[in-house]
Design a protein around this ligand. Structure first.
Ligand code: GAP
Length: 431
């Protein structure tokens, strides 16, 4: 992937309302982002696609939505208060701070200084206080991973469902990390959403399930159109594995700056359940055990970014030059756009408007775009740039035979379709 795709996609995201710097009005806040009208649709579509395959599409996984702030004992027991740290170094000349492993050449990116302090471990958890007094008793943390919410609800879920090993508990929610170095747009931020599955299994079966979830997760990216050649596995070296993991692989994506972590898959062994003193009772075997946990975990914003980069194309020459986001229709913020052929013929505008309203009422299609500005070619290109897979145009023939043209984003081919068949056609294409 050429490095300039990074600039092009980030500029497109800002220009078209996918992503804005958070608090931009006040100069922004490093590591925080707001997701505009298109960004929120993309993120919601991504979350629905993850939840669909990981939870709804199977009988052995249930969902959870836990609080963000837990009793701080959770983080003590889980080892995060002690171990969830990165090595911080400081430039001796200008005092800029860096995560040690992000400085490749050991040269300060602010002042080119080459002398740094010894690395100090810096805990990444954001602190806050619960209650009206800022005292040690009220100290709490914004969760740096959603997984602990699942572990502390393990018994609740086992007791209120009929799940038997192996089974999974899934959660999508906010996570916060006071990252020393943020950057690469939304790749590494301080507030983000994680989609995490904790898969509980017999200890002796953990390796088998680890391989299963590696395969399953890569298939999910493929199902949503991500190019195979842009994905690969990388096993963590001993020193980089998180404190809870016995085995860890990243699914890496070929970002414009090189291969980088897209999703982590870890064998967390019985570390967390043991830490919280939790067990599972196998009624049939009449024994108690502490299951092992296999965990695929992905950041929604990070994967949204990878899908955007992967879908970015520039095609054609001269007047026919277009930018097109070939997002999978399930991910595209708008599935359908509706236009009157020209904006100054009320009979065409009224007819197009009625079709727009009809499609808009079909919530399964998500939001429908409307555009009557400029010429039709410009409108197509404008939708191509945000990834809308189908454009419906109402022309003079529509008034005679109740058909419209449906233009396909990727082929730019147009077919005539009966107005009455539009909703079912799009739903069928999406299914
Ligand atoms: N519960 C396991 C866990 O949190 P992780 O490898 O630290 O593991 C999992 O994080 C995923 O969360 C990463 O693969 C990445 O997609 C996303 N992620 C982690 N830190 C992030 C950050 N600062 N900004 C955006 N996404 C992040």
């Amino acid at each position: 992937m050429s490095p300039d795709v990074f600039e092009k996609v980030t500029a497109l995201c800002k220009r078209r309302g996918f992503v804005y710097p958070s608090s931009g009005l006040y100069g922004g806040l490093s590591g925080f982002w707001d997701f505009g009208p298109l960004g929120v649709e993309l993120k919601n579509n991504l979350k629905a696609a993850w939840w669909g395959r990981v939870v709804h599409g199977r009988e052995d996984v249930v969902g959870l939505d836990s609080a963000i702030i837990y009793n701080p004992k959770v983080w003590e027991k889980s080892g995060h208060t002690k171990n969830f740290s990165d090595p911080l170094i400081e430039c001796k000349k200008c005092h800029s701070r860096f995560r040690e492993d992000t400085l490749k050449e050991k040269v300060c990116s602010t002042c080119s200084g080459e002398e740094f302090t010894e690395p100090k471990m810096f805990n990444l958890m954001f602190k806050t206080y619960v209650g009206p007094v800022e005292s040690a008793e009220g100290l709490a943390y914004l969760r740096p991973e959603t997984a602990q919410g699942i572990f502390i609800n393990f018994e609740n879920i086992v007791n209120t469902t009929r799940l038997k090993l192996p089974f999974g508990i899934a959660q999508i929610g906010k996570a916060f990390r006071n990252e020393i170095t943020t950057g690469n747009f939304i790749f590494r931020s301080r507030e983000f959403e994680q989609a995490e599955l904790e898969w509980f299994c017999q200890p002796k079966e953990a390796d088998k399930w680890f391989k299963y979830w590696q395969k399953e997760r890569v298939e999910w990216y493929g199902e949503l159109g991500m190019k195979k050649e842009n994905l690969k596995f990388r096993e963590h070296e001993d020193k980089e594995r998180a404190h809870y993991a016995v085995t860890a692989f990243d699914i890496e994506y070929q970002f414009p700056w090189g291969w980088g972590e897209l999703e982590g898959i870890a064998n967390r062994s019985d570390y967390d359940l043991k830490a919280h003193g939790l067990k599972y009772k196998d009624e049939e075997a009449g024994e108690e055990l502490v299951p092992f946990v296999v965990e695929p975990s992905v950041g929604i914003e990070r994967s949204a970014f990878a899908f955007l980069l992967d879908a970015y194309y520039e095609e054609g020459e001269g007047d026919k030059k277009r930018v097109v986001l070939k997002l999978h229709p399930k991910l595209a913020p708008y599935k359908v756009a509706v236009f009157p052929l020209v904006a100054n013929k009320p009979e065409l505008v009224n007819k197009a408007r009625s079709i727009y309203e009809l499609l808009t009422k079909n919530y399964q299609l998500g939001p429908v775009a409307w555009d009557e500005r400029g010429n039709i070619g410009k409108r197509y290109y404008s939708q191509d740039e945000i990834g809308t897979p189908w454009c419906v145009t109402v022309d003079y023939q529509t008034l005679e035979d109740q058909t419209v043209t449906v233009r396909d984003r990727d082929t730019t081919k147009q077919d005539r379709v009966k107005v009455a068949d539009l909703s079912s056609l799009f739903l069928q294409k999406l299914s």
